[in-house]
Write a protein that binds this ligand. Sequence first.
Ligand SMILES: Cc1cc2nc3c(=O)[nH]c(=O)nc-3n(C[C@H](O)[C@H](O)[C@H](O)COP(=O)(O)O)c2cc1C
Length: 215
Amino acid sequence: MDENPRFFDLVGSVRAMRRLRPDPVPDELLFKVLNAGVQAPSGMNTQPWSFLVIRKPEEKQWFAEHYKAAVESRLGAFDLKDEDDSPMARQMRALHYQMNHMQDFPLLLVVCGLRDWPFKVPKAERVGLAPPNFGAIYPCVQNILLACRALGLGAALTTMHQVFEAELMERFEIPVEYGVVVTIPIGYPLGHFGPVTRKPAEKVTYFDRWGQGAS
Ligand SMILES: Cc1cc2nc3c(=O)[nH]c(=O)nc-3n(C[C@H](O)[C@H](O)[C@H](O)COP(=O)(O)O)c2cc1C
């Protein structure tokens, strides 16, 4: 088999890196990442993605303030006990760090998707704005995360912008034909790319009938 073992190491260590250095990321690397993103498949090859890169300090500050307010409105005050080393506590500490340092990260990548009604929504029910086609954007997002990892850049998929999406669209003059799907802070990581913790596929895969294992 013509297997590339490096790929499997890589895909198993694409962690949400929420602690990033402020050092700038060269445009050449940014476009390497984004060009990996746009290799993704999309229905009928429509390629419905567009990117907005926020990197001016005052624009990052605006985003950071809104992001922090959004997190606090949804997750409440953080009660982080030093002695708690559970995975959830560690994740909350990382979220807290990210929320308080968003303005210091070099790039905030806003991934936008063309609005498009899902097939299953009947014509008569297509009222108002369609959501962006999330299914067509997430493969691109995953390619971006993989490319960041391959280049030694840290990145974390975030969706809290949903709380202030209208203000975000207005501030950055994003046209109404698009919706914001995810925002990904990108920079050199402060931590290490450890392995992700996931259930093995064998535990979530059935054959021929739901609940039936391979015999
Ligand atoms: C749909 C989706 C939404 C997510 N939203 C956020 C988010 O708002 N903020 C964040 O820090 N991480 C977010 N994540 C990242 C997950 O929290 C993270 O991938 C998961 O906890 C596993 O952690 P790991 O990648 O470090 O192993 C999101 C991931 C997905 C797929």
